[in-house]
Ligand binder design. Structure first.
Ligand code: B1M
Length: 215
């Protein structure tokens, strides 16, 4: 199979909610030497984005969306496991979570894995994480960066409130913040006073290194 055939098969498997085929293509792509992040970005993510668009226009319903998401979660596990895990640590400490009210965590999990693969010490707080928990954990583990993910236009506001809370507590300078998630933009980051916006996992790593002067 060519790389393009693998990408096209991956996209199709997610759209068709074919968990077995998706897993098979993830393993096959990796076995054939395709870069894990390229496999994700060019194969599986276009599939789940298409599903999201179909759901958005009412051509597909929640049970189908859930099945595609399950296939996506399986391939995310396979692809994340293929990222290097024997890298030298010490690039910095980051806590990452999906904000309160939001259970989307596929993208956040990819971001966590890529941070780890690039030498960061990462604390994954999971999803539906209240603002206070981000701050408590950051204090506890002496984090350098607080990273938040929001996938709903309604939950993006939690990122704004996190910035406000950090300011109120006099902690704004102590931690750098990175915001991400499909509806999040650089404009939003500027508006709420976040230190950086990342469009995807690789950009997240780049921005974290820049914030900590490690590039
Ligand atoms: Co939901 N959902 N969903 N969903 N879902 C969206 C977000 C939606 C756009 C679909 C649509 O209508 N077109 C829509 C939101 C609309 C809006 O806000 N205006 C939506 C909705 C409405 C909902 C529900 C309300 C549906 C319902 O119940 N009626 C519900 C919400 C539940 C809740 O959270 N309270 C819901 C539920 C679900 C599922 C559970 C079925 C499932 C999630 C499963 C899971 O995550 N465990 C799901 C899915 C899969 C999606 C879509 C289709 C795909 C999301 C995804 O995984 N993308 C999504 C449509 C879309 O986004 N186009 C949709 C792949 C992932 C790799 O990308 O998460 O963007 P992403 O992460 C990227 C970047 O954004 C970035 O890097 C990642 C890797 O490249 N990034 C960061 C993300 N976080 C970052 C943090 C960083 C740096 C970069 O630093 C800290």
């Amino acid at each position: 199979m060519t790389k393009e055939e693998i990408f096209e098969g991956a996209r199709k498997a997610i759209v068709e909610r074919d968990v077995e085929r998706a897993e098979e293509l993830a393993r096959r792509g990796l076995a054939e030497g395709v870069d894990p992040m390229e496999l994700m970005n060019s194969g599986f993510i276009p599939g789940i984005s298409e599903v999201g668009d179909l759901f958005g226009v009412g051509k597909l319903f929640l049970p189908e969306l859930i099945q595609s998401a399950q296939a996506m979660q399986k391939v995310t596990e396979i692809i994340n496991a293929a990222l290097p895990n024997d890298v030298e640590k010490g690039k910095g400490t980051i806590i990452v979570g999906t904000v309160e009210g939001d259970i989307h965590d596929i993208g956040k999990t990819i971001v966590v894995s890529l941070f780890k693969a690039n030498g960061f010490d990462v604390y994954d707080l999971g999803r539906d994480v209240p603002i206070d928990r981000f701050i408590e954990e950051a204090e506890k583990v002496k984090a350098d960066i607080i990273g938040s993910s929001a996938l709903l236009t309604t939950t993006m506001d939690v990122q704004r409130r996190l910035e406000l809370k950090l300011k109120d507590l006099g902690l704004k300078g102590k931690y750098k913040t990175i915001v991400g998630g499909a509806p999040v933009t650089q404009r939003w980051a500027n508006r709420i006073g976040a230190d950086a916006f990342a469009i995807d996992a690789a950009d997240g790593v780049k921005k974290a290194k820049e914030l900590l002067g490690k590039d």
